[in-house]
Design a protein around this ligand. Structure first.
Ligand code: ZN
Ligand code: ZN
Length: 363
């Protein structure tokens, strides 16, 4: 590497404040088990704008400024450490930001995405909103030649939407998806690609429900004007759905979803609660009907990534519906502003604006 300095978005201080673009950061030096990735594109996450920049309790526990942010990215390997045998210069990769310990119960029982000692690349250590990043080789996922960098950039943030569908094992089943933001839409497309019999999508906005239909939903419910329980029962011969996947974490929705499940149905929770949740009647709605109540965190390493590539290549997944906008890295303030204005979808930043043009041709 001849280049010694680079651009990157840095959270400078352990206090409220936006990231700042630096153009004189040192290009990272890699260790023996790392690779150096030339970042092609990286996305901003709500965690960046809603936790790290305002410096919430979450950020205070995990970020140690100054830190280059960015935990959703893809690019090319341009250097490999001496111990790295299964990656080479030129590999196109996406990055799993969970750096796991390899020693705890989860790591030694084949569920490393639930590692107790996780350090997150781009949060706990410098990440990918930069021209280059140092990444442990074990955190890189090789992407196929026909997948664009931009699509690969979605594998991490929207992978949770695929993981929730994996847990529902939707083949031949009726699945209720409540909340049709980018993750919910990814779940709809995943359930369809995995062979669901019927997908019932639910939201408060007709526009999102129209998109859900285009991504594979068979029945849509606008809960502003329709009763979730009665539509689900009507759509399932009165039996209830096999699984419900929740992206709202609203008390009212949880209670409706429980009632809308068949006996031994499955309620899968993805959205995080902002306050305590009270259940109407846990005995009738859950215990006497043996409903399975479960949470989802992150992505399976690497099953979800492989499944997501399959979903992306299915006719139901449409990148344009989960993409918010494309920006040069130097124009990061516009991307942050768009997020604050509530523009839906992922905001993707390009260190090299030339790559942005190539990507537009790709997708
Ligand atoms: Zn994120
Ligand atoms: Zn661990």
């Amino acid at each position: 590497m001849d280049k010694k300095t680079m651009m990157g978005l840095v959270k400078e201080e352990a206090a409220p404040g936006d990231v700042i673009l630096h153009d004189d950061l040192p290009v990272p030096v890699i260790g023996p088990d790392d690779v150096l990735v030339k970042i092609r594109c990286a996305a901003l996450c709500m965690t960046d704008t809603k936790d790290i920049m305002p410096w919430t309790h979450y950020a205070q526990k995990r970020v140690h400024p100054p830190t280059t942010l960015g935990h959703e990215a893809s690019g090319d390997i341009v250097d490999v450490g001496e111990n790295v045998k299964d990656r080479k210069v030129g590999d196109r990769v996406a990055i799993e930001p969970y750096i796991t310990c390899g020693k705890c119960y989860a790591c030694t029982h084949n569920i490393p995405h639930l590692c107790r000692n996780i350090v997150v690349w781009g949060i706990g250590v410098n990440g990918g909103l930069a021209e280059y990043s140092r990444v442990p080789a074990k955190c890189t996922y090789k992407i196929s030649d026909d997948l664009s960098y931009e699509a690969a950039c979605m594998l991490q943030p929207n992978g949770t939407g695929v993981h929730s569908a994996e847990v529902a094992s939707p083949r031949g089943k009726t699945v209720l998806v409540v909340g049709c933001g980018p993750l919910g839409l990814t779940t709809v497309a995943s359930c369809k690609a995995f062979g669901a019999k019927k997908i019932i999508a639910c939201d408060l906005y007709d526009e999102k429900l129209d998109t859900a239909k285009k991504m594979g939903a068979d029945v849509i419910i606008n809960t502003r004007t329709q009763d979730l329980l009665s539509v689900v029962l009507d759509s399932t011969e009165g039996n209830g759905a096999d699984a419900a996947i929740d992206y709202t974490c609203s008390e009212q929705m949880y209670n409706s979803e429980l009632k809308a499940l068949r006996p031994q149905g499955q309620l899968i929770c993805v959205a995080l609660p902002s306050k305590k949740i009270t259940f109407d009647d846990l005995a009738e709605d859950l215990i006497y009907r043996e409903v399975n109540f479960t949470g989802i965190s992150g992505r399976l390493i690497w099953e979800t990534w492989e499944d997501f590539e399959t979903v992306m290549k299915s006719p139901y997944y449409k990148l344009e519906f989960v993409l918010g906008g494309r920006y040069a890295l130097t124009d990061y303030r516009s991307a942050i502003e768009a997020m604050r204005q509530g523009k839906p979808g992922k905001m993707i930043l390009y260190p090299d604006p030339e790559d942005m043009k190539n990507e537009e041709n790709y997708t």
